[in-house]
Write a protein that binds this ligand. Structure first.
Ligand code: HAM
Length: 421
């Protein structure tokens, strides 16, 4: 069978955004952009791909992302490049590259960008997804943690995301994590017989990730495991308490979750995740945390930072919008010119109406008058502007209110004003 006529499809795990969803998507972006400005963030755009090294060093070699989810390729010059799987490492790379530590700190940057991860696709999980994200680099103040969380919370509230929960954890500082890890591994060694090969491998390279397990036997073992929250250093404990205090002052409800593990090696201290109960297994609408060692790991001076990323597709799913056609564009007017000879004449009228800010459409397929009226109502036009040969001679248009059917004559020169009134 010839492949020539085969129907092409979007690559597995990717999706097209059709105009019906585009309206809702734009609203998410507009609200986020507005809040980013209010909280003092400037926009940063980084390349779609980076040297692979940025993610290996930034995200970390024990993470699923670096181990098995990156879209890595070699370019014609033999460089290893990777499509951005997440936004934090590239932003920090740019922070270091442009010497931004010399600016007033913290430097606050926001982004809107597609992310690429070779994950198993399912509802709400794609191989290309879009994030809005923010990074505040250059302060270890716990009030900054609270402000970053408040920013994301405000965006969700303005969008009206239902069933929202905020979970909060701490990864501790490296000083608390080292000894804790030893305790956890000791505990796991004692329960080795309940761990499969996979879990035993995890135990060696990243035992904390076992809190994330889907395996019921492993989950049972983890339920009795010592938690990092109970083993924080005094400094990490103090930081955590200051963050909780500030969130309480701001009236932001949270739940502490000692098992909250996020899939990046760069996290230190505060980590958080927002979920919506309107989503299935992939319930996280956004998450983030502190990364006090990341700037150094990417070659900059020791500089703490914190940020978040929020998935646009998940936000839209949680809002229950995004069905194609659910929220299509609405037209102000539909210009109907039944006489073919007049269509060219009326082109400039259409342009004038659009220049006046009206959303206008017209027939571009040679429809009959009856078909034009059907077309106008299927596009949701408020008015049909009909210019028949007699109207044209008199220099007027017949304006029909599509909802009431009421018709009035309006001079062609007054149309824009009459329709915007
Ligand atoms: P993340 O939790 O991997 O964090 O992603 C942030 C959000 O992006 C998730 O909560 C989810 O809404 C969405 N998301 C992630 N993966 C997918 C996917 N495969 N399909 C659809 N949506 C997805 C980060 O990426 C960190 N860089 C966040 C951060 C910024 N931490 C500090 N600063």
């Amino acid at each position: 069978v010839s492949e020539r006529g085969r129907r092409a499809a979007a690559p597995r795990g990717t999706r097209d955004v059709l105009p019906g969803e585009a309206v809702e998507r734009q609203r998410v972006i507009d609200v986020a952009r507005d809040e980013f400005a209010r909280y003092g963030y400037g926009r940063i755009v980084t390349p779609t791909f980076e040297e692979t090294e940025v993610f290996v060093r930034g995200v970390g070699t024990s993470t699923d992302i670096v181990r098995k989810e990156m879209y890595t390729f070699e370019d014609q010059g033999g460089r290893s490049l990777t499509l951005r799987p997440e936004g934090t490492a590239p932003v920090v790379r740019a922070f270091v590259e442009h010497g931004m530590h010399k600016l007033a700190l913290p430097v606050k940057l926001w982004y809107l960008a597609p992310m690429f991860r070779y994950e198993a696709p399912q509802a709400g999980r794609y191989r290309e997804h879009w994030q809005i994200g923010a990074e505040a680099i250059g302060s270890a103040d716990p009030l900054l943690d609270a402000e970053v969380i408040a920013l994301l919370d405000t965006i969700y509230r303005r969008l009206g995301i239902p069933g929202l929960r905020l979970r909060l954890g701490s990864m501790g500082d490296p000083e608390s994590r080292g000894p804790y890890r030893t305790r956890l591994v000791e505990y796991l060694e004692r329960h080795r017989s309940s761990l499969d090969d996979d879990a035993q491998a995890r135990m060696r390279d990243n035992p904390l990730r076992l809190f994330d397990t889907k395996d019921p036997r492993v989950a049972q073992v983890m339920a009795g495991a010592p938690t990092l929250l109970d083993n924080l250093s005094p400094a990490a404990q103090e930081h955590r308490e200051r963050v909780l205090e500030a969130l309480e002052r701001l009236g932001i409800a949270y739940e502490e979750d000692p098992t909250l593990v996020r899939g990046f090696d760069y996290y230190t201290m505060t980590v958080f995740e927002f979920t919506s109960d309107r989503l299935g297994a992939q319930s996280a609408v956004g998450g983030g945390g502190r990364y006090d060692r990341l700037v150094e790991a990417l070659g900059g001076p020791p500089t703490p930072g914190i940020g978040f990323g929020a998935g646009i597709e998940r936000i839209i799913l949680a809002m229950g919008a995004g069905e194609p056609g659910a929220d299509g564009a609405v037209l102000d007017c539909y210009l109907a010119v039944p006489d073919a000879a007049l269509r060219l004449e009326m082109l400039t009228l259409l342009e004038r109406l659009r220049a006046a800010g009206l959303r206008c459409e017209s027939d571009l397929r040679g429809r009959s008058m009856k078909a034009m009226m059907r077309h106008a109502s299927s596009l949701g036009a408020r008015y049909a502007v009909i210019v028949g040969p007699r109207d044209y001679e008199e220099g007027v248009a017949t304006v029909r209110d599509m909802a009431s059917g009421e018709q009035t004559k309006v001079p062609l020169g007054d149309l824009a004003g009459a329709l915007t009134a």
